[in-house]
Design a protein around this ligand. Structure first.
Ligand SMILES: C[S@@+](CC[C@H](N)C(=O)[O-])C[C@H]1O[C@@H](n2cnc3c(N)ncnc32)[C@H](O)[C@@H]1O
Length: 258
């Protein structure tokens, strides 16, 4: 399914926090506490991330990541930025396509996650956030952010940064899991993600916080702003031709041009 961006409306609010606050995890409205919670959680659970991702298939695996990159037009010869690179699962697929580690930069606020990345030494890993990327203007042909949208504090600021760092005509790809449309599909996915996944995480993880991370994962999906608002914000921040392509009703690929 392909969904186009509604026309940019200068009078409507753009998305800042991508989901309603979740007071079970941090004090509502306290941005600094939310940021600390996320940083500590990802640092503490990094050791389990790749194994759980493989077992549960929630990040939809390396095959899906590569297909999404190809669908968005990733090619050899491009300078690429992987935002929210985590343990490098998207970066590895980027390198399968481009084969040029020196032209890839990863950005993530969690040194613990980046420390688990098994990537060639020429890949530059920069500690930073989507909302303030440690990169020069017009330095990337392709920016991808995989499964980090729900974790950023200010989506509009991130979109403005994507536009600044992209060369004119460059591509932005955001991968995210979104709630399915029907009630039954939502209930089934919720039962899997809120019940089975944390249970399996308890069985196989080494870090104590890992089951909580996977509960949080679903809670952020459930509380996330609808896709139309993501598209409106991309367009409202000056990105061109924003659209959403959806696989299996839940795997959203937001694409736009600088
Ligand atoms: C679920 S992991 C996704 C990792 C990887 N992209 C993947 O596909 O598996 C989310 C990552 O987003 C990072 N993150 C959290 N807040 C962020 C922000 N403000 N800007 C960029 N990345 C952020 C986390 O540290 C974490 O590594």
């Amino acid at each position: 399914m392909l969904q186009k961006s509604p026309p940019a409306d200068p009078h409507s609010d753009l998305v800042h926090l991508p989901h309603t606050p979740l007071p079970d995890y941090y004090k509502s409205g306290d941005a600094a506490e939310r940021e600390r919670f996320l940083r500590t959680t990802f640092d503490d659970t990094a050791v389990d991330y790749d194994r759980l991702e493989r077992i549960l298939g929630l990040g939809t695996g390396s095959w899906y990541r590569r297909q999404a990159l190809l669908r968005a037009g990733l090619k050899p010869g491009m300078d690429v930025v992987d935002v929210g690179m985590g343990t490098g699962l998207v970066s590895r697929e980027i390198l399968h396509v481009t084969g040029e580690p020196a032209r890839l930069v990863g950005v993530d606020p969690s040194p613990g996650m980046m420390g688990q990345a098994r990537l060639p030494a020429e890949v530059r890993c920069r500690e930073g956030r989507a909302e303030a990327m440690p990169l020069p203007d017009a330095s990337a042909d392709f920016i991808v952010m995989g499964y980090a949208l729900r974790h950023i504090a200010d989506f509009s600021a991130a979109c403005t940064e994507f536009r600044r760092v992209l060369r004119p005509g460059g591509t932005l790809l955001i991968l995210e899991i979104t709630r399915p449309e029907g009630r039954l599909a939502t209930a089934l996915l919720k039962a899997y993600m809120r019940g089975a996944v944390p249970l399996m995480a308890r069985l196989v993880s080494r870090a104590r916080a890992t089951p909580m991370l996977w509960r949080y994962y679903w809670d952020t999906i459930e509380a996330c702003v609808p896709p139309a608002e993501v598209l409106r914000t991309l367009a409202g921040c000056g990105l061109q031709a924003a659209e959403r392509y959806v696989e299996l009703g839940i795997f959203s690929e937001y694409r736009a041009r600088g």
